[in-house]
Design a protein around this ligand. Structure first.
Ligand code: ZN
Length: 684
């Protein structure tokens, strides 16, 4: 690991700005700590309310991330008040949190880190605390203390494991008082602390010790094979075939309490770990640092498969394994919980499958990827530790103490409230068109994740990129799909499974139109309309229904149909007949799938011009049908409805959002008009 410190950078910075500079350097290194892991501080003389000098401790706020942090993520506290606590013998967490709040110089500051007292008690000016992979690899080994001394030298204190909080802060302070010349401390099964009179010293000590540990493990890995291989990686198509069978069952099982997104990762590092003979033993020992548990839980679920066996485990068997994991988690909670502690989601966040890779879960793809990233670091730590001895972790009781620690759970409460369609995943056909795009945008705005499909790769990829930018998270995937091609449909649903774990709803929207009186209609045009507007909906819906049923989470299908179904127009035979077939298809789907909790509904829009490729293609012909100049066509449609309303893609999108949401939980087989009111097209 390299130092990225620039000597000139601090010249004009205030103490808090210098702390932000240093914290960002640390946050930019994923192998020093991930997603809110680690914290930093500085002590500075500042005037108080009356202009008198006093010392302020600036420490990172609870739950914020060092990566990209800003001054507003740090809390300023009165150091003299905090230092009074060094004479206290014990203090409860609740008392500590209240005390810290009352020491805040700025009442609007974030809640200070749970490790604040550690920073306050040590008299050193600048302190950095990280959960560095290479240090954890030493600190999580059976003879960790001796190993730390051998590899990192005598200047670091060794602190046996204690849960973060008041007692740990005192323990570190006492060790420091016995040896004030130390450069820092290694916290067993937890991480590294370094300090220094200035930020540069503190930062560079972190880099120096972490680099020394990294060099040590690089040498060890060259000399020692950490494990022999027990399983072999299946070929990609076999892995996909297995996931196609298992993923709906797994996503269904882990979503019993709250729906989860499931991401799949099969990088060489992940495959090496899951295929190793020692993997099941290592992975069942415990977390690499308590901080990881907030996202990964204490243990992963390991689904073992027999190598090259002809008969694979059935999806039902995999579901039983997920349920067994949840039952074991419930027993663990019942065994250790204290009054007032409620069971959190008992389902696994990390699932390891030998020969196949790793699945991780989260509220969306961004969170699932976060879990995957954390566990990838945990794998590296376990691999390192296994090279030099026996990997160790905190005891089950200690793990529970952190996993269900209210101060740790507080970090999760800082996330914004979830939107109505959060955790819902859907696939939209014809998404590059005006209506499709409008639907995709509103779904993402309401919290859903979407797979946007259409014929043009460029169009769907651009749309997905724009949607992800809009959401600020990974919530859309662009996939090329031809609704008339079964292979293409299967591939698109596979891509959805790989990225999000499955789907909860389908918006079957792709359509084409031709204008011609039936006596002049070419057979090719008739067949093209049936292929896209009828058969296309059948093929996509059939795949969606099969996958939804396998997931056993219910689901929703919404068909974008047309006003023409109830009130056909002349010279629109090919379109109207195919749309009528689509509508009847939807109704039969509703009849056949009620018992599976899958709702199927139809939206009949009329005259939606905005951004529409379909209208661009037929506007001139349609205008001729009504003896109008093409420029008057839109006004004609608007003028013929009862509300004299211009129907927009957003109006159709609103109806889609309603029909897939729980607000429409009792509605299936319904036809909803979005046409401004057309008497002849009233559904009956
Ligand atoms: Zn920590």
């Amino acid at each position: 690991m390299q130092s990225h410190w620039l000597d000139g950078a601090l010249q004009t910075l205030s103490p808090i700005e210098a702390l932000v500079y240093r914290s960002r350097l640390i946050g930019d290194e994923p192998s020093l700590g991930l997603f809110g892991g680690g914290n930093t501080s500085t002590k500075a003389e500042e005037p108080d309310l009356f202009g008198r000098a006093h010392t302020v401790l600036w420490v990172k706020g609870s739950g914020s991330d060092l990566k990209g942090c800003q001054a507003r993520h740090f809390a300023p506290l009165r150091l003299d008040a905090l230092r009074h606590l060094t004479t206290r013998r014990r203090m409860s967490d609740e008392e500590m949190v209240r005390f810290l709040e009352r020491c805040l110089v700025d009442p609007k500051a974030p809640r200070p880190s749970i490790e604040t007292l550690l920073h306050a008690f040590l008299p050193e000016r600048n302190i950095d605390h990280t959960h560095a992979d290479a240090i954890l690899s030493l600190a999580n080994t059976r003879h960790g203390q001796a190993l730390v001394r051998r590899v990192l030298g005598p200047e670091l204190l060794w602190i046996p494991y204690l849960q973060p909080g008041f007692a740990l802060s005192r323990r570190v302070f006492e060790a420091y008082r016995r040896r004030p010349t130390a450069h820092g401390a290694v916290l067993e099964q937890h991480g590294l602390i370094t300090w220094g009179p200035d930020g540069k010293t503190s930062y560079q000590r972190t880099i120096r010790y972490v680099s020394a540990a990294e060099r040590f493990f690089a040498r060890q890995r060259r000399r020692v094979r950490w494990s022999s291989r027990r399983w072999t990686t299946r070929p990609p198509e076999e892995r996909m075939a297995l996931l196609r069978r298992w993923l709906p069952a797994i996503r269904g099982a882990v979503s019993r309490r709250r729906k989860a997104c499931v991401a799949y990762l099969d990088t060489p590092d992940v495959l090496e770990f899951v295929n190793a003979r020692r993997m099941p033993t290592l992975a069942r020992i415990g977390p690499a640092t308590p901080d990881h548990m907030l996202r990964t839980k204490r243990l992963p679920l390991i689904i073992e498969t027999r190598a090259r066996a002809a008969t694979e485990r059935s999806p039902d068997d995999v579901v039983r394994q997920v349920e067994r994991y949840a039952a074991a988690h419930q027993r663990y909670v019942l065994k250790h919980r204290r009054a007032g502690q409620a069971l959190q989601d008992p389902y696994p966040r990390v699932i390891l499958i030998p020969g196949v890779g790793m699945l991780t879960t989260g509220k969306d793809a961004t969170e699932a990827a976060m879990v995957a990233q954390i566990y990838t670091h945990a794998m590296a730590i376990m691999r390192n530790a296994a090279c030099v001895g026996r990997y160790t972790s905190v005891s089950e009781r200690e793990a529970f103490g952190v996993e269900y620690w209210p101060l740790e759970l507080y970090k999760l409460s800082l996330a914004p409230p979830e939107a109505e369609l959060s955790r819902e995943i859907g696939l939209i056909t014809g998404a590059a068109g005006g209506i499709g795009r409008g639907i995709a945008q509103m779904l993402v705005d309401r919290g859903a994740s979407v797979v946007v499909t259409d014929l043009s790769r460029r169009a769907v990829e651009q749309l997905a990129e724009a949607l992800n930018r809009r959401a600020g998270r990974r919530r859309a995937l662009g996939v090329v799909m031809d609704v008339t091609d079964e292979g293409s449909i299967e591939r698109a649903f596979d891509a959805a499974a790989r990225a999000f774990g499955g789907i909860d709803f389908l918006v079957s929207n792709a359509g084409v139109a031709t204008v011609a009186a039936i006596d002049r209609l070419h057979q090719d045009d008739w067949e093209r309309s049936l292929a896209v507007n009828a058969t296309g909906h059948f093929l996509v819906a059939r795949t969606a229904i099969r996958r939804l049923r396998a997931q056993r989470l219910g689901g929703a299908l919404v068909f974008i149909s047309s006003k023409n179904v109830t009130a056909p127009g002349k010279e629109f035979g090919a379109y109207s007949a195919a749309k009528a077939a689509q509508t009847q298809l939807a109704r039969v789907l509703a009849i056949e799938n009620g018992e599976f909790g899958i709702r199927v509904n139809i939206i009949n829009p009329d005259g939606v011009f905005e951004g529409s490729g379909l209208w661009k293609a037929i506007a001139a012909d349609r205008a001729r049908t009504y003896h109008l100049p093409p420029s008057r066509l839109e006004a004609y449609y608007q003028g013929r409805n009862l509300l004299k309303a211009k129907v927009l893609p957003a109006d159709v999108a609103e109806a889609v959002c309603f029909l897939i949401s729980q607000r429409a939980a009792k509605t299936t087989g319904c036809m909803l008009t979005v046409d401004g009111g057309l008497r002849e097209a009233f559904p009956r």
